[in-house]
Design a protein around this ligand. Structure first.
Ligand code: BES
Ligand code: MN
Length: 459
């Protein structure tokens, strides 16, 4: 029996054990954006450290950053000239609110209908445990065929604000031949997916301030410009009638899609009907002149993530609010510079905001978009691995979501990431009732075992 098939069997025989580890990991509320969860962030970093210890790596390092720490570990192959795979993950998760919309507690993992529910189950604690599991199964059978390094950060969901500095300071430690990043997802359970493009993200908070306190809307309505209306008008002006973003210069650096790529993207088996079903929205919409797939992966967008102003409680209250706030973000495509977008937004507001209010714009961490080379040997190895497990050729897709580390690693380490993952569009990541489809997860683990052997060039 080959090492490969022994490792595959090992997973089949010990599946419950690994799934239990995933459940324990989900129990830790590692919400990076919430200062009150700082102890849980350390708990999650330590949890990974202990699992890695248990999985045969003794010197696991928890490396400090200005924010949450990075977990780093390395397992050397027995053979001296083995290739090195660097596996990326993030142990942080998004906030769980609105908590009242969860059917079961977000940090009490629960299985219903083949799905494991809990915050981070899909994004991306499940993907981290899948990678650790695949490594551990191989290591339990015999010598691993490649060197493996793990870098598991704690700030991805807040835009990885300290990771670039970490990469700069640890280039030697992170030396590798390929980076495996399982933080992307699949199109559907039938179609394993390799993601070759990610959008970037820039994120802002805009505050509009009018009177220095909420005013009686009868006593002062008609002489004071309402900040909620000012903000709404500004936001409305940010798109034109074709749903193009109107910030001057916004599209200047966008590289047009080639005809070949458009043709390839058009063949992906994702229909507008699928997208409607996944979102529950009554209809789709978007920038004129592009298909849904193009608008999702290869065109930039501007969104409002949230707004706050005035009275939002039950019943009615008659005021002119003193201020209004919006969280505004743009998904960018390759070659768009976040600093330029900040300037464009600032200029737009300066030009369009009336003299009747004051305003203030804050920027949060984000990241550049990326495109990866799909002829990399790591991609070939993964493609074959996914095909072996699913019995069908993987699809190549541009993803609309962002993973800031990918472009940062290209720039700082000079290395492309091979992006995949075993999450599905139905997983409700970032939303109440996030879950992980366990049968797909299991296939994912098996395919990662194939990946390691394929990449090492072994049977
Ligand atoms: N795993 C996601 C990104 C993703 C989502 C990739 C779906 C593929 C399919 C990641 O954890 C994420 O949510 N990233 C944030 C990054 C941001 C905070 C800089 C995002 O895209 O909103
Ligand atoms: Mn996420």
């Amino acid at each position: 029996m080959s090492l490969r098939s022994e490792a595959l069997d090992y997973i089949k025989n010990n599946y419950d054990f690994y799934q239990g580890i995933l459940q324990d990991f989900i129990k830790i509320p590692s919400i990076s954006t919430d200062p009150n969860r700082k102890p849980n962030m350390l708990e999650a970093a330590n949890f990974i450290k202990e699992i890695l210890n248990e999985f045969g790596i003794q010197d696991v390092q928890i490396l400090e950053t200005k924010g949450h720490p990075v977990v780093f570990a390395e397992k050397k192959s027995a053979s001296k000239d083995a290739l090195t795979v660097l596996i990326y993950g993030h142990y942080d998760v998004q906030p769980s609110d609105p908590i009242e919309l969860w059917d079961t507690d977000p940090f009490t993992p629960t299985i219903r209908n083949d799905r494991l529910f809990g915050r981070g189950a899909s994004d991306m604690k499940g993907q981290i445990i899948a990678s650790l599991t695949a490594y551990h199964a191989i290591n339990s059978i015999g010598p691993i065929p490649v060197n493996i390094k793990f870098i598991i950060e704690g700030e991805e969901e807040i835009g990885s604000p300290n990771l670039a500095e970490f990469l700069e300071n640890n280039k030697e430690l992170l030396k590798c031949d390929v980076i495996l990043n399982p933080d992307a997802g699949m199109i559907s359970p039938e179609y394993p997916t390799i993601v070759y493009g990610l959008r970037g993200l820039t994120y802002f908070e805009l505050n509009i301030n009018g009177p220095d306190h909420d005013l009686h809307s009868g006593m002062f309505g008609g002489i004071i410009h309402n900040p909620a209306i000012v903000l709404s008008e500004l936001i409305t002006k940010m798109h034109d009638e074709n749903w193009k973003v109107t910030l001057p210069g916004f599209y200047d650096d966008v590289i047009p899609l080639s005809d070949e790529e458009r043709e390839k993207l058009s063949r992906l088996p994702i229909s507008d009907e699928d997208l409607k079903r996944q979102t529950g929205a009554p209809a789709l919409f978007g920038e004129k002149g592009y298909s849904s797939i193009e608008r999702l992966g290869a065109r930039p967008t501007l969104e409002i993530n949230g707004m706050l102003s005035g009275f939002t409680g039950e019943g009615s209250k008659t005021i002119i609010p003193s201020s209004a706030m919006a969280k505004i973000s743009m998904r960018t495509v390759p070659n768009q510079d976040p600093d330029k977008i900040y300037q464009q937004l600032k200029n737009f507001i300066e030009l369009n905001v009336p003299q009747t209010v004051k305003w203030d714009l804050k920027q949060f961490a984000g990241g550049w978009a990326s495109i990866s080379d799909i002829s990399h040997p790591g991609v070939i190895a993964l493609k074959k691995a996914l095909e072996t497990e699913w019995g069908i050729e993987p699809l190549f897709k541009r993803e609309g979501g962002s993973i800031p580390v990918v472009a940062a690693m290209q720039r700082i380490l000079g290395k492309d990431s091979v992006l995949t993952g075993f999450g599905l569009p139905e997983d409700k990541i970032h939303s109440p009732n996030e879950s992980l489809h366990l049968p797909t997860w299991k296939k994912g683990i098996l395919s990662l075992i194939h990946f390691f052997f394929n990449y090492a060039g072994m049977e």
